[in-house]
Design a protein. Structure first.
Length: 425
């Protein structure tokens, strides 16, 4: 993830590897993605009907294929759409260059290559003590700033650096095990569970601004932290009960660094203990392979299904334009170029966080595309992944909470990101 110079400006090694793989496989990647989406569908049908032991006895495969009905429907649509788009059959509205073709021939090849390397290498970021070290260093910071116990720093970092869905599942597990109160679980789940750094790369690449990756991710992180500071202090998160899942009240006894340790010394020791657990190359490769399959089979069909539906609606109906109208005065006040075109991207992100970047392709202003890409990531709550996982978990948030938090995050982060964009462009 370290920035390196390139012909286009600044990039990162994962992006270089991704581009090399795309160049190598070329036009065959869309066909591979159709097969992957088909495999996700077949696995889901087997899990729901025949329930083979290979799936039922594997928690990983069960989570991957035995999914709620709404996501089963999404995978069915993904198979239908991908075949129609690849072979150009059926209504042109589905497979035209401005709708499905963008997803299958432009977006999914990028997702295929980025997910491959990101998934494989992600354990290097998560399994070798980095989170334990920073967790100990941040224990005294989390409670006064984010209204969270010190132990949540590791969870928050795992969510922020890893993947939003991983963060939600980790938070839900900690809540069920009695480590978080209802309020704390809701804060972590809806405030820190952003998309992974690597998916952020896909977003900035989609809008053609990869050479701005460093200021882009700074804008995402800075505005995200400001939102994480504000949201726990206002409704609806501030009104969540501070009781555990068993209704016992939180006494807010913070985790303490053991006597005789400095924060850095204790964190370093915990990091070394974690690193010692990760000596197996086969486990490293297994974890990486699971990440890849989770991203390929879990995320790609949802992007294809919801993305196609949303793009058809955006291309052939004025719905998103209508929903985006209230944001036009705010965008004009912030002096954002092409405010009307940008306004509809602020709303469509609730369906899927990648759709704003797809819709932004037609925007000429680099500054506006930068703002759209940054805001789409900081909005955080999108129903194609994190939102759906939140609703399916035991974390005490409902659809009403998610809609309100989505709007609040947009209103908080948009001015901050726009200010940063004015300084850059």
């Amino acid at each position: 993830m370290i920035p390196i110079p390139s012909k286009e400006g600044v990039t990162i090694p994962i992006a270089v590897l991704s581009e090399a793989l795309q160049s190598l496989l070329g036009a065959s990647i869309p066909a591979i993605m159709v097969i992957i989406i088909l495999l996700a569908f077949v696995g889901t049908v087997l899990a729901k009907t025949m329930k083979p032991a290979m799936i039922t006895k594997s928690p990983f495969l069960t989570a991957l294929f035995d999914i709620p009905l709404i996501w089963v429907i999404a995978r069915i649509l993904a198979v239908i759409f991908s075949i129609m788009i690849y072979f150009k059959v059926g209504p042109e509205a589905i497979w035209s260059e401005n709708t499905g073709a963008i997803l299958l021939f432009d977006l999914l090849p990028v997702l295929f290559s980025v997910f491959l390397f990101a998934g494989l290498l992600l354990p290097l970021l998560l399994n070798f003590g980095l989170l334990e070290l920073f967790g100990a260093l941040l224990t005294k910071f989390m409670r006064p700033v984010f209204k969270l116990p010190g132990r949540s720093s590791i969870d928050a970092l795992a969510s922020w650096l890893g993947d939003g869905t991983i963060g939600v599942l980790l938070t839900s597990r900690q809540y069920e095990d009695g480590y978080y109160t209802k309020r704390e679980a809701a804060i972590v789940g809806t405030t820190f569970s952003v998309v992974s750094i690597t998916f952020s790369i896909v977003v900035i690449k989609q809008v053609g601004l990869m050479n701005y990756f460093v200021p882009y991710y700074f804008a995402v992180t800075f505005s995200g932290l400001i939102a994480a500071f504000i949201l726990p202090r206002i409704w609806p998160l501030s009104t969540k009960p501070d009781t555990f899942i068993n209704e016992k009240e939180d006494d807010q006894t913070s985790e303490l660094i053991p006597e005789g340790y400095s924060r850095f010394g204790y964190g370093l020791e915990q990091a070394q203990l974690q690193a010692r657990k990760s000596k197996s190359i086969s486990k490293f490769l297994l974890d990486g392979s699971k990440n890849i399959l989770d991203m390929w089979l879990g995320v790609a069909p949802i992007v294809m299904a919801l993305g196609t539906v949303a793009l058809v609606i955006a291309e052939y109906t004025p719905l998103f334009q209508w929903l985006g109208v209230p944001f036009i005065p705010l965008l004009e006040l912030l002096r954002v170029p092409e405010a009307q075109a940008a306004s509809q991207t602020l709303v469509v992100g609730f369906a899927d966080m990648f759709l704003p970047s797809i819709l932004a392709e037609g925007i000429e202003s680099d500054m506006t595309r930068f703002i759209v890409a940054s805001v789409s990531v900081t909005q955080l709550i999108y129903m194609s992944e994190v939102g759906g996982v939140l609703l399916g978990s035991k974390i005490p948030v409902g659809m009403k909470d998610l809609i309100i938090l989505f709007i609040l995050r947009t209103l908080i982060t948009l001015p901050i990101i726009t200010l940063i964009a004015h300084l850059i462009f």
